[in-house]
Design a binder for this molecule. Structure first.
Ligand code: URA
Length: 493
């Protein structure tokens, strides 16, 4: 029996070099024991030394696809992963197409491990929650996480890319990752108590989660499978999950019952109230600004934070963050896709050609823009330079997701009664799923414990229509949609 001592759980280079040597010497898988330092006791009795290096090592051929598979499998926590990998590598000598036989038990086992590792990496990306710690060098963000497999280094690139301008550490029982704005270092494992437990960031996470929670998508079984309870301990939003699940069915029933609806016009009540806001169709008291109170920053503070946003890469190609604008107590929020070229330069939403279509249409529908809050799902202009021009590019799912952080905060502070999603990107962000505008257009989606959402097209859709007749027809449909919004605003009073 030959014992191979690797330098650690995921010492891929050590495994690869030794496995090649063993295979070159024809050492059978059953005659090798792989050790990573986790083994207790002397399970294998006396062992022989490794055979000496041989030039034949370089002749051991493995298919190209084996390398990424082995790099993933080595991160699995099952002790047998190394013998499995060596078994596959050994078999390549006479079965070079082994990986193509999906039903082969060794290949199946390796693929299953690869998948489990991928899932664990995904969970680490999704469920790591940083807590802020004040240090003499500035804020340091610390998270504690317990992965199922040895995936910390494999998952680390995502955090480096996503949080490059922050100092952060991710602590796990096996090791810790530290980013100092320049390089990533790996330190010893840590305990949950080593990470700070509570701070104001927690409230932001809780609010964010409540906002993105869409009852129509709720399948408790799938949700607990995706977000297993063992992760809940580290998640601030876990404290609201119970309430959200409890209210979900009623919210779905309300959504179904209410789509589509034409709200009753409460003319008499409106007549009795009078006033400019009523004339504009935007009336009623405002709720208290919760996040603004908790974090003490309000919309202006959130806007200032968003100025330096690096949650995705879009900032790099844009002039500035284009935050929403309008009254902090607006009852209606309009959400567009992302700033265009003109908005990017002006730093204000909907001031370019699409903004002009929007302004004219809402005015015709009887809505006063100055009383509404107007914002975008994505706050940076995504574009592709072409000569002197910058061509608009549609934001992708990850960019929409990253920016939903800011939209959720705007909505939490404003607490509108109604949100109008203009086009697919806005509605994808608001409903947390890709949507077909044709299926939900002109409908109010009502929720028991949150603002109603109304779906219509984006004004730039009208700009793109080449046929003047069709353009006129579609513009009228857009104005008609907005008239439903104006009517609902009046009825909300
Ligand atoms: N399109 C949008 O979605 N938003 C703007 O601010 C401008 C154009």
């Amino acid at each position: 029996m030959i014992a191979v001592d690797l330098a650690g759980d995921t010492d891929f280079a050590g495994f690869r070099n030794t496995a090649r040597r063993l295979a070159a010497h024809g050492v059978k898988p059953a005659d090798v024991v792989w050790r990573t330092g986790r083994e207790t006791g002397d399970l294998f009795g006396s062992t022989e030394a490794l055979p000496p290096p041989t030039v034949a090592e370089t002749e051991v051929k493995v298919p190209r696809a084996f390398v990424p598979l082995a790099e993933a499998v080595i991160c699995h926590s099952a002790p047998e992963r190394l013998s499995l990998l060596y078994q596959i590598l050994y078999r390549f000598r006479i079965e070079p197409k082994l990986l193509e036989i999906a039903s082969d038990p060794d290949v199946t086992a390796a693929r299953r491990m690869e998948k489990a590792v991928g899932r664990d990496v995904h969970k680490m990306h999704a469920f790591v929650r940083f807590r802020e710690l004040a240090t003499p060098e500035g804020p340091h963000f610390i998270a504690f996480f317990e992965p199922e497999h040895f995936i910390e280094e494999r998952a680390s690139g995502f955090f480096v890319r996503r949080f490059a301008p922050m100092r952060w550490s991710v602590l796990t029982p096996r090791l810790s990752l530290h980013w100092d704005l320049e390089s990533l270092t790996v330190g010893p494992g840590a305990r949950r108590e080593d990470a700070p437990s509570e701070d104001a960031t927690e409230d932001l996470w809780r609010t964010y989660f409540s906002h993105i929670f869409n009852p129509a998508r709720l399948k408790v079984k799938a949700m607990t499978a995706e977000m297993p309870k063992k992760y809940w301990r580290n998640l601030p939003e876990a404290t609201v999950i119970g309430d959200l699940i409890a209210g979900a069915e009623a919210r779905v029933a309300a959504m179904i019952a209410a789509a589509p609806t034409a709200p009753p016009a409460h003319h008499e009540r409106l007549q009795a109230r009078g006033g400019d806001r009523m004339a504009a169709g935007i009336v009623g008291p405002q709720a208290i600004d919760e996040i603004g109170q908790t974090a003490g920053i309000g919309l202006a503070g959130i806007r200032a934070e968003a100025d330096g946003c690096r949650r995705c890469a879009l900032w790099a190609g844009a002039t500035q963050t284009v935050f929403g604008e309008g009254p902090e107590r607006a009852e209606v929020v309009f959400v567009g896709e992302q700033p265009g070229d003109r908005e990017d330069l002006a730093g204000r939403p909907f001031v370019g050609p699409a903004g002009q279509v929007f302004d004219e249409a809402i005015e015709e529908a009887g809505i006063d823009r100055t009383l509404a809050y107007v914002t975008n799902a994505v706050k940076h202009f995504k574009n592709e330079p072409r000569g002197k021009r910058r061509i608009h590019k549609k934001p992708n799912g990850a960019e929409i997701e990253a920016c939903r952080w800011w939209l959720a905060q705007e909505l939490t502070v404003i607490k509108p009664k109604l949100i109008v999603g203009l086009g697919g990107t806005a509605l994808q962000s608001l409903l947390d799923r890709p949507v077909k505008i044709t299926e939900i257009r002109g409908k109010f989606m009502d929720f028991d414990d949150g603002p109603s959402v109304f779906a219509t097209v984006h004004p730039s859709y009208l700009l793109r229509l080449p046929d003047p007749e069709m353009k006129a027809r579609e513009r009228q449909r857009f104005v008609d949609d907005l008239k439903l919004v104006a009517e609902r605003i009046r009825a909300m009073g």
